[in-house]
Design a protein around this ligand. Structure first.
Ligand code: CA
Length: 327
């Protein structure tokens, strides 16, 4: 029973919803009862919903081991609640495994969850993009198509079979939706209004030293394209006056995050403040799940600050995290 309780607590599904920390315990990583990676956050009404991958690798082993996505929420960026797993990679019947980086977007009262998963078979087995849908941000989610939205054979700009990962969807002011994605070569494609079909050709973006983890957001008149560069990955960014570019490279946004080769950012504005959400490998050894690492990552949140000209100040990563509740 003790083991069962520990398991329930580790995934936060005991009693459906579990408070993780009081404001006095605000910290980074924000969750220490389970390993979390690849944050994807949205603001819905008065709540931030944060979707993450679930790193399940043992400390002595190497390689990514992610099978499901978890959900956390907060109303003040300080106190977080766990909602437990919302979807498994194998909930896409056509997928074999690998619950890699995802992205959530709301449209017309529905919540679309775009994911990277591994798909066998077809002309070119490899990582594909699926999309699940729900009526609420907490789910339940189901495969919106019954098939992959985008498969490895649809692009051949780079030879690796994970070149179509990391979907990030942005809905422009005119209602047109675009999915940015890719490893090695950054790409984007328009989506149909139904959000579950591609609409047109896949285009390549012109930004320097791209590795992966594209993310698009807009603030004022500027579009911001953030992405991971190099390995270990640092986060860089470019700005544009249009979703179609040209993208003007602006430099470093965040340094290598402690003890993690990879990174994946999510950027939100909530209750008048801006936040940079990322992951690190710096879970402390005395946490309930043990020490972090490259395959045992943890989501962290710090402030994002803009300069008067719209450029971004480099993120200052902290271990104390967000201590001032958003109101
Ligand atoms: Ca491909």
């Amino acid at each position: 029973m003790k083991t069962l309780l520990k398991t329930l607590l580790s995934t936060g599904i005991a009693a459906g919803c579990l408070a993780l920390s009081a404001s006095a315990n605000a910290k980074n990583p924000i969750v220490d009862t389970v390993f979390t990676a690849d944050p994807a956050a949205i603001v819905h009404q008065d709540t931030v919903f944060l979707y993450t991958g679930h790193d399940e690798q043992e400390p002595s082993k190497v390689g990514f081991n992610l099978n499901e996505w978890l959900l956390f929420s907060t109303k003040d960026m300080v106190n977080w609640q766990a909602h437990g797993p919302i979807l498994r990679a194998t909930d896409f019947k056509w997928a074999l495994n690998s619950a890699w980086a995802a992205h959530m977007v709301e449209r017309d009262g529905k919540f679309y969850f775009y994911t990277s998963v591994y798909k066998e078979g077809g002309p070119k087995p490899g990582f594909a993009i699926g999309v699940a849908v729900a009526d609420k941000p907490t789910g339940p989610f189901k495969d919106a198509r019954g098939s992959a939205l985008l498969t490895n054979d649809m692009t051949d700009h780079s030879p690796n079979n994970w070149d179509d990962i990391d979907p990030a969807v942005f809905i422009d002011d005119n209602g047109e939706a675009y999915m940015f994605f890719g490893n090695s070569v950054p790409k984007y494609v328009k989506l149909k209004d139904n959000m579950i079909e591609l609409d047109g050709e896949i285009k390549v973006l012109d930004i320097p030293n791209f590795t992966e983890a594209l993310y698009v957001h807009k603030k004022g008149n500027y579009y911001y394209l953030t992405y991971a560069s190099g390995l270990p990955e640092t986060i860089h960014y470019a700005m544009s006056k249009s979703i179609h570019g040209p993208w003007q490279y602006k430099g470093l946004l965040n340094e290598v995050a402690g003890n993690s080769n990879t990174n994946h950012q999510s950027i939100i504005e909530f209750k008048g403040k801006d936040y940079f959400i990322y992951h690190t490998g710096s879970m402390q050894h005395n946490s309930p799940v043990g020490i972090g690492g490259e395959f045992r990552r943890s989501v962290a949140v710090d402030k994002l600050e803009y300069n008067a000209d719209g450029t971004l100040k480099p993120v200052i990563m902290t271990t104390k995290g967000i201590t001032e509740p958003a109101q």
